[in-house]
Write a protein that binds this ligand. Structure first.
Ligand code: SF4
Ligand code: SF4
Ligand code: SF4
Length: 177
């Protein structure tokens, strides 16, 4: 089992429902976010293209934030999810510096926080909050190790990319393009 998220950039309309759902579900303090929308403009008139993406922690298979954590607070589960144990975090910020995606933040309560792939919801058989509310159904979630899962089939059949692959982190959030 290796959890992954697949997001169809051709269907995302940038509505930010995923951001609001995450803030509500995870009690994210005002002024901080575990996910966010990016807008990338490419091309030149009259063939300008706008790409909208919902971004978050990539739950990297080769996660520098886990390697650099001096206390073991940042860790990776067998299912590939990267988490922070708040009680063990000393707030040194090494993981924030190491993340090429700027996916972590200092929580006002003194520990580092980020997307958890809604681990608490998965344990109850529910999808991550952001995935479950998307009005265009552009986000998919499932097991990368199962060749018959929806995420595996999408990655087999559609052109896709990950963010900053050159960083060597092996991200597990994929974007259909
Ligand atoms: Fe760590 Fe950043 Fe990768 Fe998330 S995106 S696992 S915080 S390096
Ligand atoms: Fe580990 Fe916390 Fe330091 Fe991050 S801020 S490296 S989670 S102790
Ligand atoms: Fe937020 Fe959960 Fe979506 Fe991560 S998976 S961005 S924690 S709602």
């Amino acid at each position: 089992m290796r959890y992954a998220m697949v997001i169809d950039t051709l269907k995302c309309v940038g509505c930010s429902d995923c951001v609001v759902a995450c803030q509500t579900e995870n009690d994210v303090p005002i002024g901080y976010c575990r996910d966010w929308i990016t807008e990338t403009v490419s091309g030149a008139y009259p063939t300008i293209e706008l790409e909208l993406k919902s971004e978050r922690c990539n739950h990297c298979d080769n996660a520098p934030c886990v390697r650099c954590c001096p206390t073991g607070a940042s860790h990776q589960l067998d299912n590939g999810i990267v988490l922070v144990t708040g009680d063990e975090c000393i707030g040194c910020g090494a993981c924030i510096e190491s993340c090429p995606y700027d996916a972590r933040f200092q929580h006002p309560d003194g520990y580092v926080d980020k997307c958890t792939f809604c681990h608490h919801r998965l344990e109850k058989g529910q999808l991550p909050a952001c995935v479950s509310v998307c009005p265009t159904k552009c986000m998919y979630f499932g097991d990368l190790d199962n060749p018959n899962s929806e995420v595996s089939r999408l990655l087999k059949n559609r052109k896709h990319k990950t963010l900053a692959p050159e960083a060597g982190t092996k991200p597990k959030v994929y974007y259909l393009i």
